[in-house]
Design a protein around this ligand. Structure first.
Ligand code: FA5
Length: 341
């Protein structure tokens, strides 16, 4: 019997050595220390032994049980330690690796220019006044001194809607009437930014949809000198403190006199290059003194009030600033283009 107990002990310890995972360890415990293990059976059958044998066998079995339990605990702890070490190795995070760069969004180049324009005019005391993109023919043309069949309407090829008299605004100038009617007889200093639409051939310089920023100042004794001074000041803040400017006569039905403002080409410094088409100058906006008829349509008495207005295209200005040669790039949503700003 004692020999049998020793053999059980040897087999159990040999098996234990081979165990490499905790599931097998549990099976081992059931096999050697469980209710139906060989050792338990010996205890169950103690009645078959002689009186002398019983205490000896009982002690041996209990000693072995204690030994096995201890060995089980030691092996279990070793297995746990092994598995911790294994996962530490496999889940190791190398904190010295360089981080992955986040792809951050950015503002569209036209929006960047728009924001710069807003902040310059805000500094000069001009508020933003928003007006509608779907407009009445009356505001887009008639009240701006272009009655039906007026030849100047041809300057703006128009998108018409299915409702007669309702169009997509071809410029931001109808906003002049809206703001004057809302504010008369108070003095006005506003810019009117927004989208415009023209039924035009799309080319590298012309889109059918583009932004404009209109400006309007109305008050007593505003003169052409105010217009020149204000716009020159804008150009210096927008482009360069030393930029040269000039005003060329132009015609717009809603301003009299009318002009276009050029800035000295900042690529060649006025020497002539392909960007300024070898003229040394770049056109940036149309402007003029608000026509008396338009002032009257807005609710201001032209005998008492005067004003100036201007309109510029932020996409064209952005093209000049960054030497972009095709306006179509603004609406293509091509990453390679947008990423550069
Ligand atoms: C006008 O639209 C006038 N309403 C401007 C004005 C306002 C004059 C107030 C006097 C007083 P014009 O058609 O030139 O003018 O357009 C003004 C600017 O809008 C142009 O200089 C250009 O920068 C931009 N623009 C015009 N058409 C397009 C187009 N198809 N695509 C992109 N930009 C355009």
């Amino acid at each position: 019997m004692q020999e049998q107990i020793e053999k059980i002990g040897e087999a159990a310890l040999a098996d234990l050595k081979e165990i490499g995972e905790s599931a097998s360890l549990q099976a081992w415990k059931v096999q050697y220390l469980g209710r139906s293990a060989a050792l338990s059976k010996i205890l169950d059958n103690m009645g078959d032994l002689t009186k002398e044998e019983r205490p000896i066998v009982g002690r041996k079995v209990n000693e072995l049980k204690n030994t096995l339990q201890e060995a089980f605990a030691v092996r279990g702890a070793a297995l746990r330690e092994e598995s911790i070490q294994k996962s530490l190795l496999s889940e190791k995070v190398d904190i010295t690796l360089p981080g992955r760069e986040l792809n951050r969004g950015r503002l569209h180049p036209a929006t960047q220019t728009l924001r710069k324009i807003y902040s310059i005019w805000a500094d000069m005391g001009f508020q933003i006044f928003r007006s509608r993109e779907v407009e009445l023919d009356e505001y887009n043309f008639e009240l701006l001194n272009m009655p039906e069949h007026h030849p100047a309407r041809d300057m703006w090829d128009t998108f018409h809607t299915t409702t007669p008299g309702v169009i997509l605004r071809t410029h931001t100038s109808p906003g002049q009437i809206h703001v004057m009617r809302a504010r008369a007889p108070e003095p006005i200093r506003v810019i009117l930014p927004g989208m415009c639409y023209r039924y035009e051939q799309i080319t590298s310089r012309a889109e059918i949809q583009f932004n404009q920023v209109e400006g309007l100042a109305v008050g007593r004794s505003i003169t052409f000198a105010d217009l020149k001074g204000t716009l020159t000041s804008f150009a210096r803040r927008m482009f360069d403190q030393n930029v040269g400017t000039r005003f060329r006569a132009q015609h717009f039905p809603f301003t009299e006199p009318s002009a276009e403002m050029d800035i000295e080409c900042f690529i060649c410094g006025g020497q002539g290059c392909s960007v300024c088409k070898y003229t040394g100058w770049l056109e940036i906006l149309g402007c003029g003194m608000v026509h008396p008829t338009v002032l009257e349509n807005g609710g201001y008495d032209p005998a008492e009030f005067s004003g100036f207005a201007f309109g510029m295209g932020p996409e064209r200005i952005t093209m000049l600033l960054h030497q972009i040669d095709d306006i179509r790039a603004f609406w293509k949503n091509d990453w390679r283009f947008l990423e550069q700003f």
